[in-house]
Design a protein around this ligand. Sequence first.
Ligand code: GDP
Length: 451
Amino acid sequence: MFNSLSDRLTATFKSLRGKGRLSEADIDGTVREIRRALLDADVAVPVVREFAAHVKERALGLEVSQSLNPGQQVVKIVNDELVRILGGETRRLNLAKTPPTVIMLAGLQGAGKTTLAGKLAKWLKAQGHTPLLVACDLQRPNAVKQLQINGQRAGVPVYAPHPGVSSEFESATGDPVAVARDGVAEARAKLHDVVIVDTAGRLGVDEEMMRQAADIRAAVNPDEVLFVIDAMIGQDAVNTAQAFNDGVNFTGVVLSKLDGDARGGAALSVASITGKPVMFASTGETLDDFEVFHPDRMASRILDMGDILTLIEQAEKSWDKGEAERMAKKFADREDFTLEDFLAQMQQIKKMGSLKKMLTMMPGAQVSRQQLEQFDERQIDRIEAIVRSMTMHERLAPKIINGSRRARIAKGSGVHVSEVNQMLERFGEAQKMMKRMAAGGGMPGMPGAPG
Ligand code: GDP
């Protein structure tokens, strides 16, 4: 998502690279390019207009800076404006003072509400909450079943108007408002501290759906009403968001399907148009493809600065601290980086989830999109198989791996000798990089800002 917007903006900034000061013509040209890039990405017209006006005004008023050149200053301005249209500060969930906190989900059919319900439940549970899911989407065939499956995956119970659900608050099948009210009562009785109410959507905005959502809102008095919007739906996003804002007065936005490759700009406009912040992002079909939305990080991702913070957060979640410390010490001591370390590192990377996803978050300068598209996750498994076919002596002293050892390793791991050669070559590069990192004390090639 946002790839082409990102490419266009980065290209615009490149043209400012090396300029000592910006003329008014430079600024006009840059603002024009930015405006075009935003419009082509489907960002809503009024949002683009305001965005461009702000950038121009601030760029004209630029003071000579000690620390940033004009190109970098413009990048900073555009970054600030992106953060602003995305809602500014990261907005946390509003938890009720007296539990249960009630979170209601609203949006069109297919927006990703039911999927989000599972993701949100899993995420809350991991933080020590005891959520209950409530299935009020009685419209879409299978929606209740789907929520039950998601609940099971998340390890979170589901309240549903279903024969066999043991509850003293058994609701009449078919009345979503009653189900919602009973679901919240059930949560209160069973001491769940958060209730997530999944509601029905239609394919398009329609009055009856909106009335039902408004009735549910009135019945359960939610602490948060999250409007879920499919980031791929293009310009319609803005009208849909406005209709839901008028209809249910939501408190926050969730952008779903951000993993898709649509232009996505309309979704970027939703916060600005409705004045409600984007709070979460849904980035895939599994329950872990879910992130708290940080406007500043999204802006730097769009500007191809690499979303270092998200990356670090994910790494911290899965990184084995002891192992990381051992590695750090090893580099500090300038000991040789061995194949055994390489293997350990690969396992850490695998623990962090999809490598492809991680790579998209790294600063753009290091991996091209084309390389990414060609990247095959299974390659890691093959590399691992190769290393595992080596003796410990070989792993610790890779220099001894001669031709006959290579042939044996290839046979053992079921690959061609050329793959073993390639792998050893790559390892050699990694070894060099590690040495440089140890010497320089940081990651090589950090974000490529112009200038
Ligand atoms: P609902 O009608 O709003 O409840 O939508 P669903 O949760 O049923 O989602 C509709 C479809 O979109 C399902 O096939 C989901 O698997 C898929 N989906 C939901 N969220 C995402 C996402 O973030 N990324 C992708 N790629 N697919 C998603």
